[in-house]
Design a protein. Structure first.
Length: 145
């Protein structure tokens, strides 16, 4: 019985050591840094819009998480499916195919989904129109070939 308890204590200690090493190694920070490199922001009209490119290396559809944040504007009136478009370097535009909403009122998180784009695309620009009196907000991501 003493051998089982000693073995269990050793396993717990090993597990805790691993957790501590991972947290100290900065893995969490490198993930945040990568995510922040995919996020763009634009403030105007009392609304801050942040757009994060969720799947830049995916061969499928194109997804962005859009966060609208304000203390003075009711965001429920804005339908990002109708107000968003995606543009590439050739000038081709893509209409959103679907929008998933979370939140309402003064803070909303929305996933805006567009159809697949060419794998040779050099840059993409998410355009969000007519939010809080701002005619157009543009968020651009460039890709290395």
């Amino acid at each position: 019985m003493a051998e089982i308890v000693r073995r269990s204590n050793s396993q717990v200690l090993l597990l805790l050591s691993g957790v501590i090493l991972i947290s100290l190694s900065g893995i969490g920070r490198s993930f945040d840094a990568a995510a922040s490199g995919l996020t763009r922001a634009h403030s105007g009209g009392g609304v801050t819009v942040k757009a994060t490119y969720l799947n830049p290396h995916s061969p499928g559809d194109v997804r962005f998480q859009v966060t609208l944040d304000t203390h003075s504007v009711d965001l429920d009136e804005y339908d990002l499916k109708d107000l968003s478009l995606l543009r590439d370097e050739t000038g081709k535009t893509y209409q959103s195919t679907r929008v998933d909403n979370k939140g309402s009122g003064h803070r909303g998180q929305i996933t805006v989904i567009f159809p697949k784009v060419s794998p040779e695309t050099r840059w993409l620009e998410l355009v969000i129109k007519d939010i809080a009196g701002v005619k157009e907000r543009s968020f651009r991501w460039e890709f290395s070939q």
